[in-house]
Structure formats: structure tokens, C-alpha cells
Design a protein around this ligand. Structure first.
Ligand code: LLP
Length: 427
């Protein structure tokens, strides 16, 4: 039996006698049971990433608040909850999922620029660890609401350090002043002293999140320096802090690029945080789950036109929007290595839009209709950003643990597509 690692992708996926496996399970077997398109996650890959980070942060008291938006499947959340992870949530829906997965309130932080009163109330009732407040308006609403509920809301202000973070796409940069995120650096100190006097607020920490898919330690270093400076000033003003939240953003390897290891990252961060005596909160999403997932799809047709060759698959931009929305690059691997001639192709989906593609101008072994492809590194922002556009039921999701595969979300049905609509009942 010959085993080989799939180039540039997570160790969770490898080939045995040419057939791609997730851990010990051939992907062909998963497709035979559950069809395509199918999201597949490796449980041990997620676990290993969590442990890597947990060990790197061991010298300081810390909370790894997994960013639920990356992949909110309950199987994924339960896996992380059992390892001791908390959750970074941005909506009542994510709070609901975190609670269903057994993540206790004291391990939940709530981020986002547009929290509704209903969402603030739900999170107050859940006894979450901190609200990462992003505006003065939100701070006032929260104080008022907490008073009405006879509570004090634990708060960190999310500050905007005005750092121009290098990320692969402008949409994933959140640390510079001209974005909607956080409280302007110039206003942060004043707002902290206002917050400290509000009856419904208990100031607990400082929060930053500068962007996503960051492969360089320098921006994290800059953000930390900003936060430490602010913490120092607040201490002088007797504002009592308990934690620093450095957000998420740690990058992963999509194309074989070198990612920052948790140890390299921690070496930059941990010593300075240790000196403060404060707890460190981090909100990784992609880092924990991105490389642990693949999307399996079947080739429907191969056609030529306009000097191009198109490989048409049964997965489209509604199943995976990253290539189209962020020019995201994902490896496309034949599930069974046919060893055919290579050709330059566009891998496209069935959706009625020219922007519906999974890979453009990609040199790969030319597949035949009926064959399976695996789109790699889609564990983060894959299923979680999927939609039913073009009335396509969303894919099933499977979790693999060693030789065992468990369906963690069934494929949607045509009935699911219309289940929430009331039009037919009217009259
Ligand atoms: N904390 C906050 C406040 C965030 O806004 C985010 C991500 C995270 C943590 C987690 O970031 P991560 O560790 O996953 O980089 N859909 C885009 C990424 C959007 C990130 C949004 N915020 C993509 O597919 O690249």
C-alpha cells in the first residue's frame, strides 16, 4: 500500500494507493454513502490545531474563543467544546448554536458592529464572558438594557488601532480607520472613562481584531503594542481590566504558503501579555478548521468554447463562494488519481452567473464526466457562507474520526427549500 500526502494541503487528507482519504476513510466511500456535493471534515485535524494553540498559550491564562462564523456545524462546535474551547459569536443564531454545543456562557464573547437589543438581551441572559462593544450607541443600549434586567454587562471596547493589515483581499482587512469596525483610536480612552461610570456596564477588557488570513507576525505585534499602551493608560486612570482580546486572523496554507505556527505567533505575543498579568482571549476561526475540510464534487460535463476548456461540476458558488467573492484559491484534486495528461481549465459550477467558478485557469489532470474532485482547504467559510441560490439544497456535511464517518448535517431537500414560506397556505 502506497501512501502519500496531498501536496500543499492538511495532513488530514492523504492518498492511499492513489485514492484520496480523509484520515482512514476513502473519499469514494463517503460519496457512495452521502452523494455530492459533500463537505468532509477531519476531527483529528481540528483537535490537533486546537492543541497546538492551547499549548503555545499555556504560559498565560487564556481563552480560545473559536469564531463560530468560520464553521458553525454543531459537530464541529461540540468537538471544540469538549477540548475546552469557548466561542466568539456575532449573532443570536451563533449564540444558540454555541449553547446547543454545550459551550458555557462564561466562555463566550460577543463581537459585531450591529447587535440588536434582542441579541444583547439573549447574551445577557446567557451570562456571557464579554460583549466586544463597537460603538458608543451600542454601549448606551447595553447599559440601559442591563439595568432594566438588573444586571451589569461585562464589556471590552473593540478599538480600531488603524493598522493596515496585509490580507489577500480588501474585504478581510478590518484594522484600519476607514472600516466600520471598532471604536476610533482617538475616542477609545474617553469612551473607557464614560463606560467605567455607566450603571449597567462593568469594564472587563480591551479587544482588537485586525483582519483575516494574516501570514505575517508584524501586524499582530503592532496591534498588541497598541493594546498594551491603552491598557497602561487605563490602569493609571484606575480602570480595572481583566483581559486582552487579540481577535482572530491567523492564516493557514492554501497554496503551500508558509503559515505562522502557533508557537511562532505566541513567541511574539505571550511574553508581553504575561507581564501584564491579564488573561489573553483569542478568536481564531480559519486557523482551527480551515485545513480540516474538503468539498467533494462530481464532474458533470467537460466542454470547450472560446479557446477555453470548462470542467463543469455539481458544486457551485452557492456551495463555496470564496473563489468568486475573495478570489480565494483552493487546490482542486482528483479523488482517484487517474494520471492523465494535464490541461489548463476553468472549474465552474452550474449556477447561472459568469462569476460561478471554483478555480480559474488551473492546470490539472483533465477529468472525465462522472469523476470526483476534491476542493481543498474549505473547512472555514465554506459551508457557513453557502446559500440556496438557484434553489439548490445545501450539501451534507460529514465528520471523519479515524476509520469512522458520521453525518453531521443531512443534505437539504426540496421541501427544506420552501419550508419557511407561507405563500401556499394563504387564504
Ligand atoms: N473575530 C472577529 C471579530 C472576526 O470578525 C473574525 C472574522 C474572526 C474573529 C475570525 O477570523 P479568522 O481567525 O477566521 O481569520 N469570509 C472570509 C473571512 C471573513 C472573516 C470575518 N471575520 C473568507 O472566507 O476569507
Amino acid at each position: 500500500m502506497e501512501e502519500s500526502m496531498v501536496a500543499g494541503v492538511a495532513e488530514a487528507f492523504s492518498r492511499v494507493d492513489g485514492v484520496m482519504h480523509c484520515e482512514d476513510v476513502p473519499l469514494t466511500e463517503l460519496v457512495a454513502r452521502w452523494g455530492t456535493p459533500l463537505y468532509v471534515y477531519s476531527k483529528s485535524a481540528i483537535r490537533e490545531r486546537f492543541r497546538e494553540l492551547h499549548e503555545a498559550l499555556a504560559p498565560v491564562p487564556h481563552l480560545i474563543a473559536y469564531s463560530v462564523k468560520a464553521n458553525g456545524n454543531l459537530g464541529v462546535l461540540r468537538n471544540l467544546a469538549e477540548l475546552g474551547a469557548g466561542a466568539d459569536i456575532v449573532s443570536a443564531g451563533e449564540l444558540h448554536r454555541a449553547q446547543l454545543a454545550g459551550i458555557p456562557g462564561e466562555r463566550i464573547v460577543f463581537s459585531g458592529v450591529g447587535k440588536t437589543v434582542h441579541e444583547l438581551a439573549a447574551a445577557l441572559s446567557a451570562g456571557i464572558y464579554a460583549f466586544n462593544v463597537e460603538s458608543e450607541g451600542e454601549l448606551c443600549s447595553l447599559s440601559e438594557l442591563a439595568c432594566a434586567m438588573g444586571l451589569r454587562a461585562p464589556v471590552a471596547l473593540r478599538v480600531n488601532p488603524d493598522i493596515d493589515t496585509p490580507t489577500p483581499h480588501a474585504y478581510t482587512r478590518t484594522g484600519h480607520a476607514a472600516t466600520k469596525f471598532g471604536i476610533a483610536a482617538a475616542r477609545a480612552r474617553t469612551l473607557y472613562s464614560i463606560a467605567a461610570k455607566m450603571p449597567g456596564i462593568r469594564v472587563r477588557g480591551i479587544d482588537v481584531h485586525i483582519g483575516s488570513q494574516i501570514l505575517d507576525v508584524a501586524p499582530f505585534r503592532d496591534a498588541l503594542a497598541y493594546v498594551l499602551d491603552l491598557a497602561h493608560d487605563l490602569k493609571r486612570e484606575d480602570v480595572d481590566l481583566e483581559f486582552l482580546d487579540l481577535g482572530g486572523g491567523l492564516g493557514i496554507s492554501y497554496e503551500g504558503e508558509k503559515r505562522i505556527t502557533a508557537a511562532e505567533w505566541a513567541a511574539e505575543i505571550v511574553p508581553a501579555v504575561a507581564e501584564t498579568g491579564l488573561k489573553l482571549v483569542v478568536e481564531p476561526g480559519r486557523f482551527l478548521v480551515g485545513e480540516a475540510g474538503a468539498l467533494l464534487t462530481r464532474v458533470l460535463y467537460v466542454k470547450e468554447g472560446g479557446g477555453k476548456r470548462f470542467v463543469i461540476t455539481d458544486a457551485g458558488m452557492n456551495d463555496l463562494i470564496r473563489p468568486s467573492h475573495y478570489s480565494g484559491w483552493h487546490a482542486v484534486e482528483p479523488v482517484e488519481q487517474p494520471g492523465r495528461d494535464r490541461a489548463r481549465v476553468d472549474v465552474v459550477g452550474p449556477i447561472c452567473e459568469t462569476g460561478d467558478f471554483l478555480a480559474l485557469d488551473r492546470e490539472m489532470e483533465l477529468p472525465k464526466p462522472g469523476e470526483l474532485l476534491s476542493i481543498m482547504t474549505v473547512g472555514a467559510y465554506g459551508f457557513s457562507m453557502s446559500s440556496q441560490y438557484n434553489q439548490r439544497p445545501r450539501p451534507a456535511e460529514v465528520m471523519v474520526d479515524g476509520a469512522e464517518a458520521t453525518l453531521v448535517r443531512r443534505r437539504e431537500t426540496l421541501e427544506d427549500l420552501v419550508a419557511a414560506e407561507t405563500g401556499l397556505d394563504a387564504g
